[in-house]
Design a protein around this ligand. Structure first.
Ligand code: PRP
Ligand code: ZN
Ligand code: MG
Length: 226
């Protein structure tokens, strides 16, 4: 079991779409930090709640390992890593506790503009590039479609033009990336937004009270926002 701690640690994205809104939300909850020089770790001043600035992909793992108590991350990332764990028989290690009303996007299948989309049967034997291989594999399996999943960590939208895949499965927000790459969205796998993620089991030390208090404040703030 992880050692007892009396300070809370929250992981948020260092750079990227969720970084600023996540920080503002926590500030609105009354948190403030003393800036450390490298800024990867921010020491909590108003409350014993510290911030860890990391890559969004690392947030689910940090919660699973008990390094962080909460994280603000896209539901897409949380679901992908949860699905990947389940596929290899690992137990659930984190959960989405609250939707946060920002970072809305969809995980979608997108095909070259010239395709005439008739339905999922069309995917048989096709190669699909994605950074979400577990969600995609589950989705295909649930529909009995036999397609090849090509995992790419970035620049997924260029794969069809390079000939390394026939179509893609990627996040769509404004749709500008798809349009710029002559792709069109055809199926939605997941509606995503930023969530507050936490452990499956609350730690039984001083952090439990801090976590409950932060959730109460968050509920007040998120409600006021929409
Ligand atoms: C996502 C996705 C697309 C883009 C879509 O990438 O992979 O590239 O956003 O957004 P749009 O519909 O508004 O054009 P993100 O910016 O999250 O960065 P990443 O690909 O580096 O993870
Ligand atoms: Zn990422
Ligand atoms: Mg991208």
């Amino acid at each position: 079991n992880a050692p007892a701690r009396d300070r809370l640690r929250i992981a948020i994205q260092k750079n990227g779409r969720l970084a600023e809104p996540a920080r503002s939300l926590l500030t609105a909850c009354g948190l403030s930090w003393r800036q450390s020089r490298d800024k990867l770790f921010c020491y909590g001043e108003s409350l014993p709640v510290d911030l860890l600035l990391v890559r969004d992909d690392d947030i689910p793992g940090l919660i699973a390992d008990g390094v962080c108590d909460f994280g603000i991350v896209g539901r897409n990332e949380l679901d992908e890593q949860g699905a990947a764990r389940r596929r290899i028989g690992l137990p659930d290690a984190y959960q989405a506790l609250r939707g946060l009303n920002f970072g809305q996007c969809r995980l979608m299948l997108a095909v070259p503009d010239e395709w005439e989309w008739t339905g999922v049967e069309q995917l048989a034997g096709k190669r699909i590039a994605t950074s979400y291989p577990a969600i995609l594999a589950d989705w295909l399996a649930a529909r009995g479609v036999d397609a090849q999943v090509v995992e790419l960590s970035g620049s997924v939208e260029i794969a069809p033009r390079l000939g390394t895949a026939d179509l893609i499965c990627d996040l769509v927000s404004s749709g500008a990336t798809l349009a710029a790459n002559q792709l069109k969205p055809v199926e939605t796998l997941l509606e995503s937004e930023a969530v507050l993620a936490g452990p499956v089991k609350t730690p039984d030390d001083a952090r439990a009270g801090l976590m409950a208090m932060l959730l109460r404040r968050l509920d007040g703030v998120v409600k006021v926002q929409d």
